[in-house]
Design a protein around this ligand. Structure first.
Ligand code: FAD
Length: 400
């Protein structure tokens, strides 16, 4: 009869519930699981644990913390950056103050020279670059400006990365400094790339030869990895390295997920892969005290297979009889480093973003999850803002 079948339904429901709960009981529970121990994941972990009192598990598939900013000493004790040179700079006092809780700083202003026509000249192009390259004696900003204007070629509508430069400095300087470099770096001609790529590089008429003009320019005194260790050093934070999210998600329980890996990977590449440009690094230790006159020398010529060489002692201030350097070879294959800025790729990202917005209890933070080339300070800013939003939403829920 009806009561008996109702009874049976209740029993079946209870059994199902037990089955569902039973395996959970054996699994460790965390308030938040964070995938990725780079800037995005580590800032989120620090805030959630220290400010929010949450129990957090941070995982990374790499065997180390710090993501792409990871640095380590080589056999001779000289620091180098495993994923290429990372130079910290920001205009945000808030971001600088936040990171200053976890490290002391070494003031460092970055300088880059470009190797062109057997000369080393400042990059970005400035008055010194023009004087050295053309044997000129331009004395003032106005003179340099007039010189560039005489070379600039008017472009009706600035669409591509080539347009940006040609319209400002003319075809010859464009070819010397940008065309080959960009072709190597992106595997594409600047005329095929969004204008954002070369818009980032200024042209100067003064003699300022600093690469960045941000208000705060400094390197963590003991390196990035030490800074991350301090950030993640909290009793509410547990760390598991060398593990995949796919595996960990089955082994632990969590209420919320912070995902800082590639957004297309999270959704099983269901719309296809988001295109990235990669790099291969060749790290070397040389038996000489100093290899080159500044931290980074660019090689724009297409006849040279690498794009730049970095000597780390300039960044770290270390003194030693040997020196550590890194060559960068752009490549199509390898770790995802630079999202390729083309409109169709943004459109593909937007489709993944729509899925992400509909995903309950998951937040996507960082350069891979938002498919954007972000500097370190921008990722820190994004993570701090994301934490504030999470906290506000929780406060609202509690009040309701
Ligand atoms: P990441 O540092 O990449 O961290 C994401 C982490 O998630 C990775 O460690 C990854 O292993 C892990 N992960 C992903 N998926 C999974 C998964 N499924 N399971 C487990 N773990 C996973 N910025 C500057 O400000 N100055 C610079 O000079 C500078 N130089 C750069 C040079 C190069 C060559 C590159 C590529 C970038 C540079 N950047 C620089 C940018 C800087 O690297 C990024 O802003 C920063 O690393 C972003 O941090 P993130 O946490 O978003 O990503």
């Amino acid at each position: 009869d009806e009561t008996a079948s109702q009874m049976q339904a209740l029993i079946a429901e209870a059994a199902a519930e037990r089955r569902a709960v039973q395996p959970r009981a054996n699994k460790p529970h965390y308030d938040v699981l964070i995938v990725g121990a780079g800037f995005a994941g580590s800032v989120m972990a620090e805030r959630l644990a220290r400010d929010g009192g949450k129990k957090v598990l941070v995982i990374d598939r790499r065997p180390h913390i710090a993501g792409n900013a990871y640095d380590l000493p080589n056999e001779d004790g000289i620091l180098y950056h495993l994923y290429g040179p990372h130079i910290f700079h920001t205009n945000s006092e808030e971001i600088f103050a936040y990171l200053s809780r976890f490290t002391k700083w070494r003031p460092y202003e970055h300088r880059v020279l470009a190797s062109v026509r057997d000369k080393l000249v400042p990059m970005p192009i400035n008055r010194t670059t023009l004087n050295r390259l053309y044997g000129l004696d331009l004395q003032t900003d106005a003179e340099a400006e007039a010189f560039l204007e005489s070379r600039a070629e008017p472009v009706d509508e600035i669409r591509t990365s080539a347009d940006v430069v040609v319209s400002k400095v003319g075809r010859e300087l464009y070819e010397t400094f940008f065309q080959g470099y960009t072709r190597k770096q992106w595997g594409m001609d600047p005329s095929e790339l969004d204008k954002s790529v070369t818009s980032r590089v200024p042209t100067r008429t003064n003699t300022d030869d600093r690469y960045f003009t941000d208000q705060f320019q400094a390197m963590p005194l003991d390196g990035f990895t030490r800074m991350f260790e301090a950030m993640l050093d909290h009793p509410n934070i547990e760390l598991r390295l060398g593990v995949e999210w796919e595996d960990v998600r089955r082994e632990v329980m969590y209420d919320k997920l912070v995902f800082t890996g590639p957004i297309d990977e999270y959704f099983g590449y269901r719309y296809g892969k988001l295109p990235y440009r990669s790099l291969q690094f060749r790290h070397e230790t040389l038996d000489t005290e100093q290899f080159q006159p500044v931290a980074v020398v660019n090689y724009p010529a297409e006849s040279v297979p690498y794009t730049r060489i970095t000597e780390y002692k300039y960044l770290t201030g270390q003194t030693a009889p040997k020196t550590s350097i890194t060559y960068e070879y752009p490549s199509a294959e390898g770790d995802p480093y630079y999202p390729i800025p083309r409109p169709e790729n943004q459109a593909l990202f937007k489709r993944y973003e729509a899925l992400a917005l509909a995903e309950p209890d998951v937040v996507f933070v960082g350069r891979l999850a938002t498919y954007r080339y972000y500097n370190m300070d921008q990722v820190v800013g994004q993570a701090l803002a994301t934490y504030r939003r999470m906290k506000a939403a929780e406060d609202e829920q509690r009040e309701a």
